[in-house]
Design a protein around this ligand. Structure first.
Ligand code: PLP
Length: 407
């Protein structure tokens, strides 16, 4: 008799997006002429930058000729891409990361989810609340938690994000071995200052803990002084792994590419307290279970790092950030307090009431779909997430409708 992995039975069904779809469908059926605008989307809307498209076309031609054909590539990624990443994403900013510390993958979701395989079953895990659910669910699947009670899993430590700390929890007094951090944050759009991240790094070094730093939205940072990488903090190479993604940076949500940085000399500990280097573990994990991101995709990603690619991706992100600014300015004018939307595509709006009631109000009265914050954890109650991934016409139309309902 085949037994299932019982840990899967503990996982809460992904109620959030199912419930949104259900409510939107029910409304649309009753009001077939309503033109619904979706401000809840976490997917990009702009196409790939021309430099990427050109590079990918050329790479397809490489695959079409015997002399330039590439089959299986290195599991960690081609050197041409790892070197481009090290140079433009880190060394150009004065950050010490080398090409052989970069592991190219098919996106940050897999890496954020798979990384927990490297750690013992009894490590104490801390996650933010509100949270990107992948950090939580992958640890539940692995068996590191107990049952879910009132929306929280026994055995996990939740880092409380709230209005008082601006959704940037501090490590003060925390006892944990592995901590997931995400800045600029999904869903709150909050960013951490250098001093706040340095506090986390100092804490992790003192506790022999590890930070898993998700920088999927790094490219949206515009405020000078806000760190783009955890490795801008001194000592972070000794206590942090960083995840990056081309998804929101360059429109790769459908193409799929990301990477993880595991510095040389980064240690965890064996049961007898001996230090063990993590980079060979991740190399082993990837070479065993992952067969590399496609050559065509990696040539496209390489083009993101070219001068043309950098200018084109910046222009697209500027466009999304302008969308965010239009919506943020309007909501503030209507009397709402908003976090994010400045160095992030997400606006986190305090709705002064219940998340789902506000969601229903905007759906029915403005035909605008948002994402109820309550779906991202207990501390998301009372907030909605609005995303800037949209056309300018939709953003302007939505703001006009919100003005009639909220102003
Ligand atoms: N990390 C965060 C915080 C995200 O919001 C997302 C995507 O929405 C990802 C990682 C996944 O990115 P990718 O498309 O590279 O898998």
């Amino acid at each position: 008799m085949v037994r299932v992995n019982e840990n899967y039975l503990k996982i809460q069904s992904s109620y959030l997006f199912t419930e949104i779809a259900h409510r939107v469908k029910a409304y649309q059926e009753k009001n077939p002429s309503a033109k619904i605008i979706r401000l809840g989307i976490g997917d990009v809307t702009e196409p790939l930058p021309p430099a990427v498209v050109e590079a990918m076309h050329k790479a397809v031609d490489d695959e079409a000729k015997r002399e330039t054909f590439r089959g299986y590539g290195p599991e960690q990624g081609y050197d041409f891409l790892r070197e481009a990443i090290a140079r433009t994403d880190f060394q150009a900013r004065g950050v010490d990361v080398a090409a052989d510390e970069i592991f190219v993958s098919d996106g940050a979701k897999c890496d954020c989810g798979n990384i927990q395989e490297l750690f013992g079953m009894d490590v104490k895990i801390a996650v933010p609340d509100p949270v990107y659910p992948v950090y939580v669910d992958t640890n539940v699947m692995a068996g590191r938690t107990g049952a879910n009670e009132d929306g929280r899993y026994a055995g996990l430590t939740y880092l409380e994000g709230n209005a008082a700390n601006g959704f940037v929890p501090s490590p003060s007094g925390l006892k944990a071995d592995v901590v997931y951090l995400c800045f600029p944050n999904n869903p709150t759009g909050a960013v951490a200052t250098k001093a706040q991240l340095q506090e986390w790094v100092d804490w992790a070094r003192a506790e022999k803990a590890l930070l898993l730093f998700d920088a999927a939205y790094e490219a949206f940072i515009r405020t000078p002084g806000i760190p783009h990488s955890i490795y801008e903090c001194s000592g972070a190479r000794d206590c942090a792994i960083e995840f990056r993604s081309y998804s929101k940076t360059a429109g790769f949500t459908g193409v799929r590419c990301g990477y993880t940085v595991v510095p040389k000399g980064l240690m965890a500990y064996s049961a007898d307290g001996k230090p063990v280097e993590l980079r060979p573990f991740w190399t082993r994990r990837q070479t065993t279970k992952f067969n590399g991101c496609s050559y065509v995709t990696q040539r496209g990603a390489e083009a993101v790092h070219s001068p043309e690619g950098q200018a084109q991706t910046k222009a697209t992100i500027d466009f999304y950030l302008e969308n965010a600014k239009i919506m943020k300015d309007a909501l503030i004018k209507f009397g709402y307090s908003v976090i994010g939307g400045t160095d992030s595509p997400y606006l986190w709006v305090n709705v002064k009431g219940d998340s789902w009631e506000f969601f229903d109000r905007l759906l029915c009265e403005a035909n605008v779909v948002t994402t109820p914050g309550a779906g991202f954890g207990r501390n998301g109650q009372g907030y909605i997430r609005i995303s800037a991934f949209n056309s300018r016409a939709n953003v302007e139309e939505a703001v006009g409708r919100l003005a009639k309902v909220l102003a």
